[in-house]
Design a protein around this ligand. Sequence first.
Ligand code: ADP
Ligand code: MG
Length: 245
Amino acid sequence: MSILEKLYEGKAKVLYRTENPEILLAHYKDDATAFNAQKRGTITRKGEMNCAIAAHLFQQLAAAGIPTHFIDHEGAQMWVRALKILPLEVVVRNIAAGSLCQQTGLTLGTPLKQPLVEFYYKNDALGDPLLTDDRLLLLQLATPAQVEQLKSMARRINNVLQPFFQQCGIILVDFKLEFGLDHSQALVLGDEISPDTCRLWNQSDTDPKRRVMDKDRFRNDLGSVETAYQQVLERVLAHPIQSIQ
Ligand code: ADP
Ligand code: MG
């Protein structure tokens, strides 16, 4: 399929139109950013690694009946269904880390009795602030029915991904999702699921620095970033897609 013009360049991916208006091509970049793009760098081979990890996870989610935008992938390129992305970051947390610790005083690593689902406003200029349900409705970022559906889909996704990563010897601490609407206005999981968008800890290591297998290695200058992403890729690909009903 021939590539047409560039539609949008984000921090981690470039989206291109294709000759089919319902299909976009996402090129995963090696560029890495953190702290709302105040910190920038490159992670060698990140694009192809994240693309392969995300492709595998999207296929595992599809096998569990969750609608995703994934169509196909090759190298650092992923063909996806064109969606109208909601300006929301849906975050699921199993263990306290990051801004949850900073904003609540919970100790890093505290297991949460039940997964926490949070919405953030996807707006770089405002610093992606945490939303309440009422603010979300006030800003008309989603309808009340969509809010409930997003929460339920986020929990279902966690119920697939958490055991999947556990089989890989990886603890799924938290992750960020983006959803969009397809041509029939149905909610579909979009964007990516990768070490850029998840906190992943090596199950067999309790050292708070050594266990980190995600973008926190880049954020916090922990070193061996490529090696960590490569390990996630190898472990994920070693676990074939299972049909889950
Ligand atoms: P950002 O800089 O916002 O993190 P990325 O580089 O990660 O952006 O991704 C590029 C853009 O692609 C984002 O705005 C994301 O919401 C959007 N996007 C992801 N999946 C789809 C899709 N299926 N259809 C349309 N846009 C999408
Ligand atoms: Mg992104």
